[in-house]
Design a protein around this ligand. Structure first.
Ligand code: PGA
Length: 247
């Protein structure tokens, strides 16, 4: 089963009008070599949507699990769609840790994203403590089960699942290709138990200290179909090199 590689930038809470403009100019100099998504802070999304060329898509970094209404400070999926986003990150570990998003909240947000036609990149991953205790695969299994309680494998196939070990995010400590592949393989077999045909085509991204220097080796693993890139995506040339590694 051939799966087209997908590489998504997660700018997190970074950027400014001028820095974004420079990034968009630098990134546009050469076409991407894989499917590419740029997830920017909400307020900059119109600028990013307007500045991206070709088939490169824009995405949010979060959405509300609620429908539009009395939810001060929240952003509804419909709003992301209206301004031109096609993707949205859901359940990033920083939101799980810093904003108290539980597995149930993450599942509800994935459901909401799908309901408005957004492609969710649903994030899962174990902490260092959980890995050191030998619980990685159990933790991942229960996170995937929570998502599957709200969304079918076929629905999730419209988006992607990102495995991001918490200990590898922003730390410079990447999972080895073998460590990442082991978890990706386990995720795919869990999905396959529910829907073998769709599981074979669903893209599983790796995230956590991916950079141009280690991307190709990670992306060469049989169950790694691209990446979710934080720090290294802030440099347009570095991000372009990561996209090239996926192509
Ligand atoms: P990182 O972040 O590439 O800076 O480790 C990845 C992410 O949090 O999505």
């Amino acid at each position: 089963m051939s799966r087209r590689k997908l590489v998504a930038a997660n700018w997190k809470m970074n950027g400014s009008r001028s820095a974004n403009a420079l990034w968009l100019t630098q990134f546009a100099q050469e076409g991407p070599t894989c499917e590419t998504v740029v997830c920017a802070p909400f307020v900059y999304l119109p600028q990013v949507v307007a500045g991206l060329t070709g088939e490169i898509a824009a995405g949010g970094q979060d959405l509300s699990r609620h429908e539009p209404g009395a939810h001060t400070g929240e952003i509804a999926g419909e709003m992301l769609v209206e301004i031109g986003c096609r993707w949205v990150i859901v359940g990033h570990s920083e939101r799980r840790a810093l904003s108290g998003e539980t597995d149930a909240v993450v599942a509800a947000k994935a459901r909401r994203a799908l309901g408005v036609g957004l492609r969710p990149i649903v994030c899962i991953g174990e902490t260092l403590e959980q890995r050191d205790a030998g619980n990685t695969l159990d933790v991942i299994k229960s996170q995937v089960a929570a998502i599957l309680s709200a969304c079918s494998v076929a629905e999730l196939g419209r988006g992607a699942i990102a495995y991001e070990p918490v200990w590898a995010i922003g730390t410079g400590r990447t999972a080895t290709p073998a460590q990442a592949q082991e978890v990706h393989k386990a995720i795919r077999s869990q999905l396959a138990a529910a829907d073998a045909a769709t599981a074979a085509s669903l893209r599983l991204l790796y995230g956590g200290s991916v950079k141009a220097a280690n991307a190709a080796e990670l992306f060469a693993q049989p169950d790694i179909d691209g990446g979710l890139i934080g720090g290294a995506s802030l440099d347009a040339r570095e991000f372009r090199a990561i996209c090239a590694a996926a192509g």
